[in-house]
Each structure stands twice: as C-alpha cells, then as structure tokens.
Design a protein. Sequence first.
Length: 242
Amino acid sequence: MSLLFVHEAEGREYLLSPGETLECDLGVLEVPGDVEPGEIVESHIGEPFKVRKLRGPDLFNHFERTGAPMMPRDIGLIVGHTGVSSADHVLDAGTGTGVLAAYLGRCGATVTTFERDPEFAEVARENMELAGVADRVDVRTGDVTEQLGDLDRYDVVTLDTEDAATMVERTPNLLRDGGYVAVYSPFVEQTREAVSAAHDVGLTEVETLETIQREMDFDDRGSRPSTAGVGHTGYLTFARRV
C-alpha cells in the first residue's frame, strides 16, 4: 500500500510504501513497516513528513502518465451526469493513463476498459494497482470496436477516442435501458460527429458541455477570476438510452 509523505513547509510530497527509504535534501526518511495515515515521520535530520492516505486527486498527480489524462473537473461531470455507482458496470474506451477508470472504480463501479497500445495498457494496469482498484477495473488491450460481439450490456459507456462517433452508433446495443454514454472530445468537430450519431441512433437527452474552470485570485486590492489561462479542457457529450 502506497502512502503520501507530505513536507508541508516545503510544499513537497512523495509517494512511498512501508519499508521504503527516501533520500533527498530533506534527509533520509526510513518509512516504518507499520506506518498509518495521520502520523508524522521524521527524516534523520528531523524534517517532518505527514503521512496521508491516497485520494483521487493524489492519484491524478502521481499516476505514471502515457499522455494527457482527463482532468478531475471533467471526471466530476461524468460522474454527476451519469450517476455512476457501485451497482454499475462501465465500458470505458480509450484507457490512456487510466485516471477516469480509476475514479470510476473508486466509486465502486465495475469497469472494463480498452486501450489499443499494449505498453499504455500495461502502465494503466500498474496504475490500477496503485489506486487499489485492480479487482474492479479490467484493463484490456485492443480495439474495442473489434470486440463488440463479445461484450455485455453496460450501465454507462465512456468514450475518449478519436472515433467516438463510431462507438456512439453502437451504444444502443451496449447500454442497458436508462443507461448513459459520455463522450470526451478535445475538438468541436469530433463533438459534432458524436452528437449527430447519438441523434441518428435514437438516443435521448443529448447534451454537450464545454468544460471551463477558472481559479479565483484574492489579494489586498480585491477579488476576481484568475487571468492565468482560460481553463478550457474539452467538450463532454452525454446521451441516454430509453
């Protein structure tokens, strides 16, 4: 079990397991075998590290990455709009780093996720182990469109692939009654194709959102939205099978 060791004064954190040793400019930190979240462990020169249990945002920061992962704010919209829960079985196409699959697994859902690149898929499996959801998230290697005949019906289908519209066309045969499909697209053109496909196959409640988020700046002069970046990540399309 990996834990976070946070040096609050320096604003640094390290992902370590019981029995590991960290050597850095803050000293040598010997991680006890019985360490628990909430404890303070000191390096050999007395620098304190607070032990913290991993949560979703920590996994986003510490997963080994094979590309740009989906942002937590996008994942939050997917969870909120689909209502994914522990009773659900999710089909996820386009695993990548596996951040979305891990979040859904930590919600209690059973997830079957497909990644075309064998090396990326192996990294995703390691990330599922780190997230503690390897028993709920099945990372499969291959093109999901070539294996549709072997798949079950799902409560939620999530798509983060270039050919998402092709998968949307198949979702009436993949979703259970009342189930949702959620499509993440970085480009408007892909989004439009997914929306068109959803209408063509009779899905309902079709809705597209652009995800934009800005931090707030607070100082002595006043308060206003931050001017650093526009906070745009992509477009999310949701649709439902009746």
